[in-house]
Design a protein around this ligand. Sequence first.
Ligand SMILES: [Zn+2]
Ligand SMILES: [Zn+2]
Length: 135
Amino acid sequence: MDVRNCKRCGKIFNYVAGQMICPVCKEEIEKKFEVVRDYIRDNKKAGFAEICEACDVTENMLKQWIREERLFFGDESPVGIDCEGCGTMIKSGKYCDKCKNELARGLMAATRKPLEENEPATTRKGHDNKMRFLG
Ligand SMILES: [Zn+2]
Ligand SMILES: [Zn+2]
């Protein structure tokens, strides 16, 4: 058993995996997420400060959801985060399209050979690994 202090409320809880946050706080954060998601659907031009104030969340929470690709902002929104590769403003995920392409090229070059050798056509699973779960 792994007992830790919750990063958010400080209470002790049984840590399993993922973020250092207790189940109670996790649930509260999920509820906040839904509030934010509804808010930005109705207020497409709201910026970070406005969303934080209206929904009682922090900018860091918003950025985390954006990086996890759970929150999406349209082109008319001023909200964005920095690409971890080059610092360009992006709307979701971790990297801009340019850096994503470069990463994909690098990954393909590195994994090409083992993939071809270890993948019998009959047991192929298709694109399961690429599935995303969107809130
Ligand atoms: Zn907590
Ligand atoms: Zn980039």
